[in-house]
Design a protein around this ligand. Sequence first.
Ligand SMILES: C[S@@+](CC[C@H](N)C(=O)[O-])C[C@H]1O[C@@H](n2cnc3c(N)ncnc32)[C@H](O)[C@@H]1O
Length: 235
Amino acid sequence: MGDALTQQNHIEKVDALFASIASRYDLVNDVQSVGFHRLWKRNMARSVDLGQAEQALDICCGTGDLVFRLAKHGGKVTGVDINAPMLEVAKQRLAKRNCEKVHLCQADALRLPFDDAQFDVVTIAYGLRNLADYEAGLVEIYRVLKPGGRLAILDFGKPPLRMVRALYYQYLKWALPVFGWLFCGSASAYGYILDSLERYPAQNGVRAMLSGIGFSSVDVTNIMLGTMSLHVARR
Ligand SMILES: C[S@@+](CC[C@H](N)C(=O)[O-])C[C@H]1O[C@@H](n2cnc3c(N)ncnc32)[C@H](O)[C@@H]1O
């Protein structure tokens, strides 16, 4: 997405969308994935294996699922998100846990307020697809990762099998808006997932971008027939 105005419009649209669903976001996640997103996030956290003395950054942290998961076994974790209501839910969860290893801040993934080479690990779950410029987001991640640092990206995927893809797109087109309407009073908020996925380069496109930027050891795992995907790479 090219010019600054288009990017700003996109950010405002995504921001309004997440503000409208923040309070029910976790519930809908459980419903639409039948709880599987917990397993995928657990595997994602394992894939980066955050050490006790290491620092991680979770971008587009939303309500904090991954932040808390990483902090459970590893070192300090910073969660950033652009959306105040999503972060507010994360802050409420943090208050209940009283975990000193976790820090939350509001920031744009395309302009991270961190030094170069600051983090050992960067994660982004269901976030990259929402950015106005995927490549700029990945370049920013590359900048804040230490040389040798690990990156994991979890997101919706495009199933390689045509039949699976067709069924999956029907599920995203019809079932998700119903969940959005039932639980958040907004069908369009969840209808947006299919729109964003159509534009997203997914498994192969993201792999190519990562390699092009200079990430190494780029590995892609198809989850549940490629309906989800996990990219793991090193700076
Ligand atoms: C689908 S949610 C994912 C939340 C969490 N990572 C999870 O897996 O449950 C996407 C999040 O990305 C955030 N987001 C979208 N665009 C962003 C941007 N440019 N910078 C930072 N966060 C952004 C949204 O506010 C939202 O909280």
